[in-house]
Each structure stands twice: as C-alpha cells, then as structure tokens.
Design a protein around this ligand. Structure first.
Ligand code: CDP
Ligand code: MG
Length: 696
C-alpha cells in the first residue's frame, strides 16, 4: 500500500488563501434575496461568492476600460459575470457579451449551465462556439462562450470585434498561446474602440503585471478615453471566496508508477476515510482509462459491492459522459472522478473532499532547433499543485494526497508553469498575426515574448510552404487561403494543394481524421484484437490511405455505432469526423475551390500529403535492423509508432504527420512516398545530390 506521510500536529499544511491581497475595490453588496419563490438554481447562484460583488462588477465595468477579476475556482466568475453584465444592459441593441475559455470542453459545459440558469434554450440567448461547432443564433444570442482560438479566427472577418460590447477573457492564468495572443490584440483593439470593455478573469494571476500591461496602452499611444468618465487604468477586483482548509499528505518515498499509486490511494481513502467524493488528477485519456479499468477490475475481483462510482473526465469524452461528472453520485456511493487538469480550474465539481494529485500533466514542449514539438508528461508547477489541492476544500475541510514527496515539491517543482507561448511551435500563431495584418511580429506587444528562435523557425516553415513571400507577407492566393482554414498550416496546405491535384474529396477526409484525437478505441488489454481489426483497413501506402477505407466503411454501414464497435472504432469520433469534413467542404466552396475525387488514384493523394508535409520526410537507415529512420532535414533518429499500419513494414521513404516521444521519437500517421516527389513538391527545400561514389 502507498505510504503517506501523515502530518503531525506540529506540521500542519494549510492552504493559504493564494497571493490575494491585490484588492482595490471591495464593497460587497449584501445579497438581498430571501430565496423565496426562486428555483433551486437561482438559490445556488445567490450563494456563490461572486454574487456579493454583482453591483461592484457592474460598476467597475461601466467605468473602467479593463477590469481584472481574481477569484477562487468555483466562486462563480465564469457562469455569473456574463449574466451580471447582461442584466446591466451590455447585450442590448444587438451587441453581444463574449466569454472566452482556453478549453473546448469548458466552453460547452459552462454555456449549457448558464442557459439552464437563465432558463433558455442553448443556442438561442446563450450560445457557444468551438472549432467546427457553432451553436449560436445571430439574431438572438446575447451571451456567447467560445474558445480564445475561435475569437481570434473571428478577428479575421471582423478585426475590431464590433459584434461584442464586452469581451471576458477567462482563465487568463492558464496563459494558453491563444489567450496571450488575444490579450495583445485586444489591447490594440481597445485603442480603436474605446467603448469596448475587457474583463480579464482568472483563478490566480499576477494581477499587477496584467494591469501594467493594459495601462501601458494609453500612455504608449498618448490617447485619452473619448468618454471622460471612462477610466483607462484597469480596475482589480478580488473575489473573496469561502474555502476550507485542505490537509496535505505527501508520499514518504517516491513511487515509480503514479497510476498504480493513484489507484491504491483511491481504495485506501475509500476504506479508511469518511464519506466524500474523490478527484484524481492524472495526465490524459490513456492513463485515465487505465485507472478507471484498474479500479473497476479491482472492485469486481473482490466481488464486493464497491460503493464507488468511477467517472473519467477528459476533453475527448462524449457529451453524455461529461455531464455525468456534475451529477450527484447514486445514493450511498462515493463518486471518484479521474480527470486531466481540466478539473484544476476550468470546471468546478461539487462535493469533492479528497484530491489525489499525480504531480504530472501533459505539456507541450517545442525545440526550435530540432523542430520537434512534443506533448510530454511533465511535472506540474507548485501553483498547479496548490490549485489541485484547493479542489478538496469547497464544501468542507478536505485532504489532498500528493503522489510525490515533500522534498520533490520543494526542490523539483517550479513556482509557476512556463506560458505556452514560450514552449510551442509558433507556425499557427505567426500565420494568424500575418493574416490580421501584423507584420512586425517580433515587435508585437507580448505579455511574455516568445523566443526569437521559435519565431524564426515558424517564419521558415511558412516560407517553405509557400505561405509567406520573400518579404514575409502572405502570398496570394495560397497564403491567404491557408490562413482561412482553421487547421494546422501544414494540413491546410495539403488541403489547398489537393484541389489542384484533383483529390480534394479524399484529402478532406484525411484532414478531418487528422483533426480528431484518434478514431480508434483505446485497446488496453485487447491490443492484439484491435491490431487485427485495424489491418482490415490497411493499405500498403500507409495510415492516411487506410483512413479513407475506414471512412468509406463507416458511410457504407449507414454510420452505424454497432459497426464501429465491431471494428474497434470510436463512434463519437467518427461522427465528429463526418461533421468536420462537412464544415471543411463548405469552407472550400466559400474559398471558390473545387471538390473533386481522384477515383482511386492514390498517387495524387500521396502527393497532396507531401505538398503539406514534405518537411517531415524520413529515410530508413540502410542496414537498420530495428526500423530506425532519420529525418532528412535534421538527421534526427525516429521510428514508426506501433499504432501505425506501417509499423514493421518499414518502407524506405516515408512522410509522417506528427512525432510523439516516449523512450524514442515515434512517427504517428505515416505514409510511404517516392523521394522524387519531394523534389517535385518542394524544389526550394530538397535537391538530389549525385552520390560521389559509383552506384552499382
Ligand atoms: O468560474 P469559477 O471557477 O469562478 O466558477 P463557475 O465555473 O462559474 O462555477 C460556479 C458554480 O456553478 C459552481 O458551483 C459549479 O459547480 C457550478 N457549475 C455547474 O454545476 N455546472 C457547470 N457546467 C458549470 C458550473
Ligand atoms: Mg471559471
């Protein structure tokens, strides 16, 4: 059993009330309602900490161009602030209130919650938009939740975001790449639209830095507000929430397998601790599914009525399963939610008393030298660990079990995470800024500037794709077309090229499949069976072409869920693929591009893939016994991922879609190519060198 260090009376670890203290305005209204005659939801709303600040928020937003709201997770910022502002009249006269989130799942979840609270149909007065899904009504929507990425896209058609009277940038502490970019752009917009109000809301943020960032704009430009009464200095409001103490337990000895440790900790809490729900933080779908399975098996093998209700929570989860985590556990059962860091601040789960923190999350890391961007499981920061622990103290004093030692916490964990901007591939960011007419990217007003190496690398990639010209401006028409498609620029380039190669029908299917997480069901414990089923769709050319067979089969089955489960395919994901494909078709039509099928001429499809992904070409090492490839561009050692159709087939030349790194760099989604196609598609990038030795 996992041994935890038990805090003795002499070493209590109490969660302090965050940095807080940056309170400049605090005149809480006493909530006036008697609660009589209100629905339960209405009563719950009024109990939220943020409710006491309703008039304060309305007042500050009226009088300040920017308002920064800091408050504990669960205090009601996301669900209530948009409603307060609507009540204050900000959504009248055809204007809208936008509230951005870094995560898609949170967008859908809070939008449906707010619609429910307002007793309206989702998609009417309250709507949401995420990539490839727009549930709003242009005539009636007043509050719109959307990802920060989608709002950035909207700027391409409406650079000043004139539809919105207020933009709430929520979860700003997450510092997603899109949030950072949005903040820089909103600062610019504010100079042109002095009536626009910004609300920046977050669980923990260095409010002063944020405030300085937004104060700078006025001085910098020497502008004064047109409206005399409007204060250009950001207001900072700290929402004091009620949270209970959380007792922290560390491991006595480090463990090698946090998954196993998490499972045994759930079981020991269940057998030893008082009632109360458990929230476990793991890193992603894989380990969450594994933990759910282990817990389910354990309880089943003991033949006992476990009394546990085990629920996963991650972004790829079908909608119905997402809703389950918010419902009360069945009578007499203890709810165990096993989540990614989406439950850290984006979503509040009620009733959690115990938190188990693995100490890890999946994070993006980009190396501009090797040009490899990776999603790796890495230690979280102290700030994250504190947030995770805080989830246990919402309803009453709770406990947090950290699956690492106190020494690890003190010496190994960073104080704060590095903003995504500084550890990402910037290709998508650069193309979007270019499309918005921002040419001096290095001189852009960044909250945290990205590294010049990563910037230059992104410019190089876009130049090689033919998206940027010698003056680093978007090319016509390719550059502008690629920028219009809301996909990774390499995929967009593949799509655009397929139109001239006469295989856009096929490439759209491939692009749609590459845009979802994975079409296959996770095959833990049934790897062999799943591999066999997968091979039914396999073609020698590789994964991309096999997707075409899967898609065809799905349509032929009448989009049947039974067919999907028989073939180890994820039905929800397949439905999503059909939907995304439809959206892409409409987009291409709008761009005036032709849809055409190559009628089985697979060579055209492969050439289109190369048009986007030529930079990812690899060559099998001569005499390699273990399938080692080297990337042509940087001679990086890579291998074909076991999930690929081409695993063990090892064609001499391949192009991959992405790399994942565990013990080695693995290529995922691989296609076999003819090397002469590389020079044909990208003569500026590749050329053949005559060998300086005789070829027999
Ligand atoms: O944004 P913040 O973390 O401050 O709080 P919130 O997301 O507005 O949550 C306020 C309350 O609404 C919490 O009690 C949540 O549990 C509840 N809520 C919910 O029940 N279902 C949702 N989909 C979203 C929020
Ligand atoms: Mg929130």
């Amino acid at each position: 059993m996992t041994q935890f260090w038990r805090p003795g009376a002499e070493r209590p670890q109490i969660l302090d009330d965050e940095e807080g203290g940056v309170l400049f305005y605090s005149a809480p209204q006493s909530s006036s309602s008697s609660g009589f005659g209100y629905s339960i939801l209405e009563r719950l709303r009024k109990r939220l900490p943020v409710y006491k600040y309703k008039t304060a928020i309305q007042f500050l937003v009226e009088n300040h161009a920017t308002t920064i709201v800091v408050g504990e997770t669960g205090s009601g910022k996301t669900t209530q602030i948009p409603q307060f502002l609507r009540e204050a009249g900000w959504a009248e006269g055809g204007r809208m209130i936008a509230c951005t989130q870094p995560r898609r799942l949170a967008v859908q979840s809070v939008a449906s919650r707010v619609a429910e609270e307002m007793d309206v149909k989702l998609g009417e007065e309250v709507g949401y938009a995420i990539r490839f899904e727009n549930v709003t009504n242009p005539d009636t929507t007043k509050i719109k939740f959307l990802t920060d990425g989608v709002l950035l896209r909207e700027m391409m058609d409406d650079p000043l975001l004139t539809k919105y009277s207020i933009i709430i940038v929520d979860e700003a502490h997450e510092r997603s790449i899109s949030t950072d970019m949005l903040l820089g752009l909103l600062k610019k917009i504010q100079r042109r639209r002095s009536e626009l109000r910004l609300v920046i809301s977050s669980a923990t943020i260095d409010a002063k830095t944020m405030s300085t960032f937004f104060t700078g704009s006025k001085k910098h430009q020497g502008l004064e507000a047109k409206d005399d009464k409007l204060n250009m200095t950001p207001a900072i409001l700290s929402v004091e929430g009620k949270s209970f103490t959380v007792e922290i337990h560390y491991l006595e000895e480090p463990v090698s397998d946090y998954l196993q440790a998490a499972v045994s900790t759930v079981l020991s809490i269940h057998s030893q601790e008082a009632p109360g729900d458990i929230l476990v933080f793991l890193t992603g779908q894989d380990d969450i599914d594994a933990a759910v399975q282990l817990l389910t098996e354990d309880t089943r093998s003991h033949g006992k009525n476990s009394g546990l209700s085990i629920l996963p929570l991650y972004s790829g989860l079908p909608r119905g399963d997402q809703e389950l985590v918010f419902s009360n556990s069945p009578r007499g059962k203890r709810k165990v939610v096993i989540a990614t860091n989406i439950a850290e601040t984006s979503l509040t789960l009620e009733g959690i008393v115990y938190v188990i923190d693995s100490g890890f999350s999946k994070q993006k890391f980009f190396n501009p030298i090797s040009d490899i961007e990776n999603l790796v499981v890495a230690p979280i920061s102290k700030a994250s660990a504190r947030q995770r622990a805080g989830r246990a103290g919402r309803v009453r004093p709770g406990k947090c079990f950290r699956l690492y030692t106190e020494d690890h916490y003190v010496t190994q964990m960073a104080v704060e995470g590095v903003p995504e901007m500084q550890r990402s591939n910037l290709v998508s960011l650069v193309i979007q800024l270019k499309a918005l007419g921002i040419d001096n990217i290095l001189g852009f007003d960044w909250l945290a500037p990205p590294s010049p190496e990563a910037m230059i690398r992104a410019l190089e990639v876009l130049y090689s794709l033919g998206v940027l010209d010698d003056d680093a401006k978007l090319t016509t028409p390719i550059g502008f077309q690629v920028a219009e498609i809301p996909l990774d620029p390499m995929i967009s380039k593949m799509v655009i090229s397929s139109c001239s190669l006469g295989c856009s029908e096929e490439i759209l299917t491939i692009a749609a499949v590459l845009s979802v997480q994975s079409i296959w069901m996770s095959a833990r414990g049934a790897q062999k069976e799943s591999d066999e089923l997968k091979r039914r769709f396999a073609v020698a050319e590789g994964d991309h072409i096999s997707f075409l067979n899967v898609y065809k089969g799905f349509l032929q089955s009448g989009k049947s869920s039974k067919w999907c489960s028989q073939n180890f395919l994820n039905y929800q994901t397949m439905k999503k693929v059909v939907e995304i494909r439809g959206q892409l078709c409409r987009l291409l039509n709008r761009l005036g591009l032709t849809l055409k099928s190559c009628e089985g001429d697979i060579k055209a499809v492969r050439k289109a893939v190369i048009a986007g992904f030529f930079a990812n070409a690899c060559r099998l090492e001569a005499y390699s016994v273990n399938g080692m490839y080297k990337t042509v561009r940087t001679s990086q050692e890579v291998y074909i991922h076991p999930s690929s159709i081409l695993h063990r087939v090892n064609p001499k030349w391949v192009v991959y879609h992405s790399l994942v790194s565990t013990d080695k760099h693995y290529m995922r989604n691989v296609i076999a190519i003819n090397p002469s196609w590389l020079t044909e598609a990208a003569p500026h990038f590749y050329h053949f060198q005559k060998p300086n030795y005789p070829v027999s």
